[in-house]
Design a protein. Structure first.
Length: 212
């Protein structure tokens, strides 16, 4: 997979989608920057990135995904892979359902996925430096290119969704009980949720899919 660095971008995800659709870039590819000025956050809100943090997006043809991966669970799938890599490098972060990275009950990053006709783009932001009081930064010194090498290796291995789900299920019930999420202006606590095999959750007899 090709890796490209940019000094600054409005949004790694938006840029990558436009570049692929216009044939300027080809899949599979990963692009990154430390200065993102108009990132996309939760529910299409603008994410104000602080210079020095890590912002990256990668694009894959759909046939590169695991055969058993449900499309609504792509964010959980790659979120857990990224979380697992960072944990193996010494971080104590957790993956809050469905795709937020947390440390000490404060958000340090997250993922946004976007599916086009025959490819998907995963956009990721990770705080490497301190920002606002209600956020946190990663608790390890990250060798970014080494991190990308490990991530690309795992992508190429096409780890099954069933394997990822088995691992994430343990973490979900261990680490998510303190968190709340919002869906259609309703807030609910994850301790009251049941994690389903497709990555959705059930709360009060209502099935809720990824909020992103």
């Amino acid at each position: 997979m090709e890796i490209c660095y940019y000094d600054t971008l409005k949004s790694t995800q938006s840029y990558l989608i436009e570049a692929i659709l216009s044939k300027k870039l080809n899949t599979p590819i990963l692009i990154y920057t430390h200065n993102q000025t108009q990132g996309i956050g939760s529910r299409q809100n603008e994410w104000h990135g602080i210079k020095g943090n890590l912002f990256f997006s990668f694009a894959l043809d759909c046939n590169m995904l695991a055969d058993d991966l449900p499309l609504p669970s792509i964010s959980i799938y790659f979120g857990y892979i990224i979380k697992d890599i960072l944990s193996s490098l010494g971080s104590s972060l957790v993956l809050k359902w469905p795709n937020d990275l947390y440390l000490d009950n404060k958000k340090i990053g997250g993922l946004i996925t976007n599916k086009k006709t025959d490819f998907i783009v995963v956009g990721v932001g990770i705080n490497l430096v301190n920002i606002k009081d209600d956020f946190h930064n990663l608790d390890i010194n990250l060798d970014i290119l080494n991190f990308f090498d490990i991530l690309i290796d795992k992508i190429n291995n096409r780890i099954s969704w069933s394997s990822i789900f088995k691992l994430y299920k343990v973490e979900f019930y261990k680490s998510n009980f303190n968190y709340k999420v919002r869906n259609h202006k309703k807030s609910f606590c994850l301790k009251d949720a049941v994690l389903n095999k497709d990555g959705s959750i059930s709360v009060n007899n209502e099935k809720v899919y990824s909020l992103r």
